[in-house]
Design a protein around this ligand. Structure first.
Ligand SMILES: [Zn+2]
Length: 254
């Protein structure tokens, strides 16, 4: 019964996503979750959307904090991070213009499960969680789009679990750089080794060795906190299978 209800919601979303005409005129074109919902079906929420800037290092949510706001980035990168009892951070998800921050917790009204931190500056929109919750109940297309996005986030977390267990630090570093470049659309990324170590859940010295190896072969360069991707196709060759799997998940959002 529940499965058939979810399936019919997803089917409704399919039919309407094929009908995403006038994309250029969409008021929230920059965010692919919002752009997947027709302007008519966003009318109630549009009036309450507020523009927001994301600053490097800014923490949007701590674990356990109240889910009172949902964010829809149109640029920049945010990490969803879990911290172990020993204080080691591990990134479990990466969100850019293809996604949204804190949707599931906002809809259910539960505290945030992860820390959401801005890694690369950008901008987007924010919306009170209570309004999203109210609209979700009566808007099938919104239900479909948000359910599909949550499914992609779950798939990303699962793929990252496999990656952390099976793949080398060099492969994971290459994956992170490629995923980041996909989201900022620039070969230059402002990142420190310390930051990368946190995101990859590895010691800083191990990340430094992996970065040195990629630099030695002319695939990347870095200085003063800026990593430059010099040869993207070779970086794609270095990384593991997870990059293409995660890229597929991101592309499904479009
Ligand atoms: Zn991997």
């Amino acid at each position: 019964m529940l499965l058939s209800a979810v399936s019919s919601v997803l089917d409704a979303g399919n039919a309407m996503s094929e009908d995403q005409i006038h994309r250029d005129e969409h008021p929230f074109q920059g965010n692919r979750v919002l752009a997947g919902i027709s302007p008519d079906n966003l009318q109630t929420l549009s009036a309450e959307m507020r523009p927001v800037l994301f600053h490097v290092g800014e923490i949007l949510f701590e674990p356990g904090s109240e889910s009172d706001t949902v964010y829809f980035p149109k640029s920049g990168i945010m990490s969803l991070v879990l911290t172990s009892n020993m204080g080691i951070d591990v990134e479990v998800g990466l969100v850019g213009a293809e996604g949204a921050i804190a949707v599931a917790d906002a809809l259910i009204g539960t505290p945030n499960a992860t820390r959401s931190q801005v890694q690369i500056a950008g901008s987007g929109w924010r919306l009170p969680a209570a309004l999203l919750r109210e609209e979700f109940v009566r808007n099938p297309q919104l239900q479909s789009v948000l359910l599909r996005y949550q499914r992609r986030l779950s798939a990303m977390a699962a793929q990252n679990t496999l990656c952390n267990r099976l793949h080398s630090i060099e492969q994971r570093l290459a994956k992170w750089l490629l995923l980041a470049q996909d989201r900022v659309d620039s070969p230059e990324l402002e990142l420190t080794h310390e930051f990368l170590a946190d995101m990859l859940g590895s010691r800083r010295s191990a990340v430094t060795l992996a970065a040195q190896s990629l630099r030695k072969t002319g695939i990347i360069d870095y200085r003063r906190g800026v990593v430059t991707i010099l040869d993207r196709s070779r970086l794609e060759h270095v990384t593991c299978e997870c990059y293409s799997a995660l890229r597929v998940h991101s592309e499904e959002a479009s």
